[in-house]
Design a protein around this ligand. Structure first.
Ligand SMILES: *Cc1c(COP(=O)(O)O)cnc(C)c1O
Length: 415
């Protein structure tokens, strides 16, 4: 993986890749949807599997020459089934958004009602935000969290009884608490709705046995493979056997063309990694590290949304410190710490300059950070926010960040 040919043929692209590697090595990656894949995963992504067309499914392909592709895809399916206890798995979705669209079209008709979480309360764009195409096709209505930061189950049930949705959707991008799948399934059963969980963010914590698993309970579960799960960019759909045909037909030929088998091989490798005992320990440490930050930010006087965290992420209102989420993001960037600005529930500010920042521990935990390092990171984030106008101070923090990252090399093989 030394990119020799690439460096010779296209030094411009090679330089960009090298700079990005250096950026990842020398900064603190705290965007909670990001992670660092293993070199084995990178090798599969860069393999000759990218050359092959294989429309269809293992054993039922439109093209010849798929015998080895079939082995790889079947392996990915079998490992995902084992990892999550799924009856049926489709490993072809190209990413999280297309996976969700494939599910909507598999199980619903245009105009059907879907009950999903409000974006500012932690929901995802693909759960019916008005800017998405899906919002023009399906009728999305939105539930919220209550004042304690828990999903407001009474309100969710009242909305379900009033609107009679065809589907109830849980699983979030900025929500930091556990989800009570049984209770939501009971509400869905009461109104005859299908249940869908989008575990894109927390799949790794579920696979590692650190959070509730909706797969045995819900009709259909989607997840990206590149967030806590620590695989290649992509997604999978897991479902009950009774709806397996609809799901598969919706992914292909309903929505996508040929699958990306280099990517599917990389998914299979990531699932093998997640089945190992070391991964359980990784998932446990992600949560421990998030709890260290929770305590730090509480001690520093920040307002944690949803009252704290049960998973890998924190959503923090920074406005009491006299700046916006965007200003905090820019200051932290200057200090070598990458986070993202984020809306807080019912945010009075605009999406492009919201009140909060969202940050998480999956990538730093992959790097090997434990409690002691998270203490330092928490201190630096607070220092950067409190000194957000002081470029000298931010540069000082960046130097400390650099020194720490040198002790935790990320990809020594690629240097
Ligand atoms: C990230 C995310 C997605 C979208 O995944 P992409 O791979 O970016 O398309 C969908 N749903 C949730 C809850 C997510 O967090």
């Amino acid at each position: 993986m030394n990119h020799q040919k690439l460096a010779q043929f296209d030094p411009i692209v090679a330089a960009s890749i090298k700079h990005e590697l250096n950026r990842q090595e020398t900064g603190l990656e705290m965007i909670p949807s990001e992670n660092f894949v293993s070199v084995a995963v990178l090798e599969a992504l860069g393999s000759v599997l990218t050359n092959k067309y294989s429309e269809g499914y293992p054993g039922k392909r439109y093209y010849g020459g798929c015998e080895f592709i079939d082995e790889v895809e079947q392996l990915a399916i079998d490992r995902a089934k084992q990892l999550f206890g799924a009856e049926h798995v489709n490993v072809q979705p190209l990413s999280g958004a297309p996976a969700n669209i494939a599910v909507y079209f598999a199980l619903l008709k245009p105009g059907d009602t879907i009950l999903g979480m409000d974006l500012s309360h932690g929901g995802h764009l693909t759960h019916g935000h008005p800017v998405t195409h899906m919002a023009k096709i399906f009728n999305f209505i939105r539930y919220k969290t209550n004042a304690e930061g828990k999903i407001d189950l009474d309100n969710l049930r009242a909305m379900a009884l009033e609107h009679k949705p065809k589907m109830i959707l849980v699983g979030y991008s900025a929500y930091s608490r556990e989800i009570e799948y049984e209770k939501i399934k009971a509400i869905a059963d009461e109104v005859g709705a299908l249940t869908m969980a989008d575990i894109a963010h927390i799949a790794g914590l579920i696979a590692g046995g650190q959070m509730n698993n909706p797969v045995p309970i819900f009709d259909v579960v989607t997840t990206t493979t590149h967030k806590t799960l620590r695989g290649p960019r992509g997604a999978i759909i897991m479902c009950k056997e009774k709806i397996a045909k609809e799901i598969d037909k919706s992914v292909f030929p309903g929505f996508q063309g040929g699958p990306h088998e280099n990517n599917i091989a990389a998914k299979a490798i990531a699932f093998k990694e997640a089945l190992e005992p070391a991964y359980k320990e990784y998932a446990r440490q992600i949560k421990v590290n998030a709890k260290v930050l929770e305590k730090k930010f509480n001690d520093f006087g920040y307002k944690l949304m949803f009252g704290g965290t049960d998973n890998h992420l924190l959503l923090i209102d920074v406005t009491p410190k006299g700046l916006s989420g965007k200003e905090a993001q820019i200051a932290l960037d200057k200090a070598g710490i990458t986070v993202n600005k984020n809306m807080i529930p019912d945010d009075p500010r605009s999406p492009m300059d919201p009140s909060g920042i969202r940050l998480g521990t999956p990538a730093l935990t992959t790097r090997g950070f434990k409690e002691a390092e998270m203490e330092l990171v928490g201190n630096w984030i607070n220092e950067a926010i409190e000194n957000w106008k002081d470029d000298g101070k931010l540069a000082e923090i960046k130097n400390k960040v650099l020194e720490l990252t040198k002790k935790f090399p990320l990809y020594p093989e690629l240097q």
